[in-house]
Design a protein around this ligand. Structure first.
Ligand code: ADP
Ligand code: MG
Length: 558
């Protein structure tokens, strides 16, 4: 038996990879299962064009078997197998992908379900195994081969007996060390958990012999133990199903199963795009705000799948901050089973998908506002603040897209109204969109500054959150109507009683001078006001900043 050497660069690459690419060791199983699934896919694609081959779905499966005694974990597949040359080329040369080559060869047929392409996944096995043994018999070949390696050292290949076509990967699981446990990869429950987590939607059954217990006959405390072969993965992902087959309850169950939240989803968005970019997504607008939503602990993001295989739990790049409340998942066959966050960030497909998703969420919210007002208000009470932050932070088109989703409490309607509704109700002589800031609607209602505007019959929007006025300042105007605080100096209201006011000004000149002296440093000027009805005095500001904003700005650290 001849021992062959890895090339020097490969050796380094292997060490580097084993230690740094994967942040979690458990993904080794995802990689091996994905390879097994690819191997079955290859027979499937071959059968499409080769009449001598038939593809009977039932005879294709993946089986995971752990044996604690020998510390081995076996991943068996009934896929296409590897010849001696393929074992050498695909497993002996790091970063060489037989699957990518297969895809290229078969470009005309649709081989796009195949996951592999980087040619590194297989080596993830060395994160948990001291020895990796591959026994494989290729389709159409009489001889099977055994490939074996202890890692960077190289590998051996020899002839072996194997009846059926396919591959068995046998990992000799490492012993526990002081800081790392490996025993878990021999535990049935843990393996099931990893399969469920990453490979639930692999299209072929992933089987395991699962220990079952049933009460011994005639005894209530004793059990018979036996094993039963079970399929662990659910295979058909809900997002690949037809929307018309699915009920609200199916979506709600998925939301709960995935632990997206403890509430119920207020709305689900099921997207299937099949154009220049292809992806499926199921997104949810939650009913309630997560308890940690406005804390540092909160992480936005969607689950990201590459053709049914989970790549990332929370892909932040898929969601803009102003929609950070959205939960859900995206699956795309155009994304490679990628290996690092850095690579994903630069993925053009991912950017396109993110843009597309953002648009969909916006239009869903718009239709919710239009057609299910009550639900929208519920949503807005939970997450409206995030939209306002969006208006404050975003530029250009994004800002404009968000402004129609904003709502404020109206002095006239006594409920939340949109800016569009406000503007459409404005009398012709009204120049501005008026707002008043304060701690609560009740307190704003009593502000003397609101009197003149309200008396004119104009509607006032009540700003009770700190962000409100800042967001509106960034908007500057809505449908060409500027925003105006009721406490600003010039309200833009026709001065009907200019003469009386001037008279008052004259009469009270001495009084005002005296008041100014007493309040020196606290007010800039004391003047007769034309906006008061039932209140004796009110404060106003000069320029653009309202009293409320001044308070916030003054409270900020320099
Ligand atoms: P990738 O899957 O990205 O191509 P891997 O390192 O996971 O890279 O695998 C390298 C290559 O080894 C695959 O492209 C495939 O050709 C071959 N291979 C791995 N596992 C199997 C398997 N179970 N059956 C057949 N071929 C396999
Ligand atoms: Mg692979």
């Amino acid at each position: 038996m001849e021992k062959k050497q890895f090339q020097a660069e490969s050796k380094r690459l292997l060490e580097m990879m084993i230690n740094s690419i994967y942040s979690q060791k458990e993904v080794f199983l995802r990689e091996l299962i994905s390879n097994a699934s690819d191997a079955i896919d290859k027979i499937y694609y071959k059968a499409l064009t080769d009449d001598s081959l038939t593809f009977d779905k039932d005879s294709y499966y993946i089986k995971v078997t752990a044996d604690k005694e020998s510390r081995t974990l076996k991943i068996l597949d009934t896929g296409i197998g590897m010849t001696k040359e393929e074992l050498e080329n695909n497993l002996g040369i790091i970063a060489k992908s037989g699957s990518l080559a297969f895809k290229k060869e078969n470009e005309s047929k649709d081989g796009h379900d195949i996951i592999g392409q980087f040619g590194v996944g297989f080596y993830a096995a060395f994160m948990v195994a001291d020895v990796v043994t591959v026994i494989s018999k290729a389709l159409g070949s009489d001889q099977a081969y055994k490939w074996q390696s202890e890692g960077a050292d190289g590998y051996t290949i020899e002839e072996v007996e194997k009846d059926s076509v396919g591959t068995e990967i046998i990992l000799t699981i490492k012993e526990n060390t002081e800081d790392e446990t490996y025993d878990e990869y021999l535990e049935e429950y843990r393996l099931k958990q990893i399969i469920k987590k990453y490979s639930d939607f692999i299209r072929y059954p992933i089987k395991m012999d699962v220990t079952q217990r049933s009460p011994k006959e005639g005894s209530e405390t004793e059990y018979d133990e036996y094993t039963e072969e079970q399929t662990i993965n659910s295979m058909v992902p809900i997002w690949k199903k037809n929307k018309s087959e699915l009920t609200d309850e199916d979506y709600a169950n998925f939301y709960a199963e995935k632990h997206y939240g403890f509430d119920k989803p207020l709305k689900h968005i099921h997207i299937s795009v099949d154009g220049t970019i292809r992806y499926n997504a199921i997104l949810f607008i939650p009913e309630k705000m997560p308890f940690d939503y406005y804390s540092k602990e909160f992480e936005k993001g969607l689950e990201l799948y590459s053709n049914g295989v989970l790549i990332m739990n929370k892909c932040a790049d898929l969601l803009p901050d102003h929609f950070s409340f959205v939960k859900g998942m995206v699956d795309s066959e155009d994304l490679s089973l990628n290996i690092s966050r850095e690579m994903l960030q630069h993925d053009r497909q991912l950017k396109l998908i993110a843009k597309n998703i953002s648009k969909k969420i916006k239009s869903e919210l718009q239709s919710l506002l239009k057609n299910e007002r009550e639900k929208y208000v519920e949503f807005y009470n939970s997450f409206g603040r995030q939209l306002k932050f969006g208006v404050y932070n975003e530029f250009g088109a994004n800002k404009e897209a968000l402004q129609d989703l904003l709502m404020f409490y109206s002095s006239k309607e006594k409920k939340l109204v949109t800016l569009d509704e406000y503007v459409s109700r404005m009398p012709e002589d009204q120049k501005y969109i008026y707002y008043a800031s304060g701690d609560s609607n009740e307190r704003i209602e009593k502000l003397p500054q609101t009197e003149l505007v309200a008396d004119k019959g104009y509607e006032i929007l009540y700003f009770t959150e700190e962000i409100d006025e800042f967001a509106i300042k960034m908007l500057m105007n809505y449908k060409e109507k500027e925003f105006k605080s009721v406490s600003s100096g010039d309200l833009g209201i026709e001065e009907e009683n200019k003469e009386t006011e001037e008279a008052t000004e004259q009469e009270s000149k001495e009084l005002f001078e005296a008041m100014k002296e007493v309040l020196a440093g606290k007010v800039k000027d004391v003047r007769a006001s034309k906006r008061l009805k039932s209140h004796p005095v009110c404060l106003t500001t000069e320029g653009d900043i309202s009293i409320e904003m001044e308070k916030i700005l003054n409270a900020m650290p320099d």
